[in-house]
Structure formats: C-alpha cells, structure tokens
Write a protein that binds this ligand. Sequence first.
Ligand code: SF4
Length: 281
Amino acid sequence: MHTRIRWSRNDDSPAAAIVVAKSGDRKLGSTPGCAAVHLSQWSCPVTCSLLPTIEKMRTEFGSVYKKVKAVCYANSNKTRQRFTTHRLNSSKERNPVSIAREAARKILQLAHSKSMKRKLRLSVVGDARTRQAARIYSKAASEYQRLTNKNAYSYTHSLQTHRSDWHDVSVLASISCVNPDGTTRTQTEIQNDINSFRRRGYQKFSVVIPHTHNTTHTYDDVLTGLKLIACRYQFQPRTNTSKPLKRVTCDHCDLCLETCLERAQIDGVAFQLDDAGKVPV
Ligand code: SF4
C-alpha cells in the first residue's frame, strides 16, 4: 500500500516537501525499492554551483539549462523529476527551517503509517541549508530508523552544517569536481571544499568526477586525494554477450552509508556525469 502524496498545504500553496513510501526512481530500485524525500530547492545552500539562481527558479523551468553542460539531476530536461522539482519550488514556503519541519512531519507520518517500510533516501532534491534545518530534518529521519529498523541516508552540499547536526543518520558531504560549463574545477578549489567539510566533522564524501568510471575497484583519485569507489548503479560492466549485467540499485547497495565506507576504509563514492550531463546525486 502506498501513502498518498499530499501535494497541497493548508494555505493552498503546493507542498514544499513530499515523502513517498516507494520511489519510482530507477536508481533507487523497485524490489523492494526505497522510500524518498523531495524538498523544494529553497532548502538548498546558495553556494551549490548547480543550483539555479533565485531569478532562474522564477523563470520557466528547464529553459535556462540548455546552455549548461553539467546540471543538477533535479532540474534536468531529461528527467521526470524536474516536474516534481518545479512544483515543490513553486510552494509559498521558502524558509529552509519551515521546509525541514514540513519534511520531518511527513517522514514521521510515513514511519507510523501501514505502508511497507523501506530504506529512506533523503533529499532526492533539496538539502538542509542551515544547522537548525539539518537538526529538525535528521531528527525525524533518525526516528524513522528507530521505528522501522531501516536505514535513512543523505548527501549535503551545505557548508553551513556540521556532521553532528545529522544525529545518527548517514550523510555524505557532496563535492563536485565539475563546473556547470563542463570544465574541471581546479585542485585548489576542490581541496578547499574537502577541507571545509572536514573542519565541520564530515569524513565521507560523494564526489562528482570529471571522467568516466573505468574500474569497480577502489582507486586513489588524483584530483581530490581521496580513495574512491564508483557508484555501483552507474558502473555497469558488460558481459561477453551483448546483454548488460543487471544494475545494482540503491535498495540493494549500502555503499553510500558512512558505516559501510568506514568498514571498507574508503573515503567516498564517485559519480560520473551521465550522457545528458546530469549530476546524479
Ligand atoms: S553507490 Fe550504491 S547506494 Fe550509492 S548511489 Fe550508487 S547504487 Fe546507490
């Protein structure tokens, strides 16, 4: 049974946060799949290079992205996700703490509902920009873990938050080695981001790399200085026959959990841009 998505709030404005009991996203898988949280991009840190500017968010969605080579997955013209993103962004609610509260309430509703309980992917779109927002949002996700015995996990671009704000919910610090115009950022810029996150207590990273995956093994990444491993969904080695191997999906992969990376002594997961230039996390 699926919980109904409540798209509107009491003030008739579209919701700024939705929680689905089973996501339709292919990467998250289908048997059993994952539950997922989507937030308005007004919850994102303005420093994220892939975030549309406020002015851009007010324009017809999608049209401004034709010029860029690397685009946030949530805004890409190539995905259905952009419709969800646009609707969330058009909510009257623009305060990141209020958006976090709305998400927290819906996460707890799902935890107490009769829906089948699945691993919870936070922030398919959106983030927790402030420390207070991260605390409110992750407290509900932590409660979800306790009540359902399923993991909740996230990624953040927010340099305002500290790792300790996320309670016991797994969160990877997101670093992009690619500029929106498709060029590679300098090593100094990338190292500055990594050091800033480390000073805030983050130890594990999700990294958008400027090249394609060429190994399933861990490798020492020259640009970041991190020991990385390719996302298992993205890396799809082909068999000798022309048939591709079945993809590993997030419902059956725990690589993006900090505990899993810690056990394997890996610093982070590497994501390549897909053919359409979408940044996948
Ligand atoms: S590494 Fe695994 S959990 Fe992380 S995004 Fe890829 S498939 Fe999902």
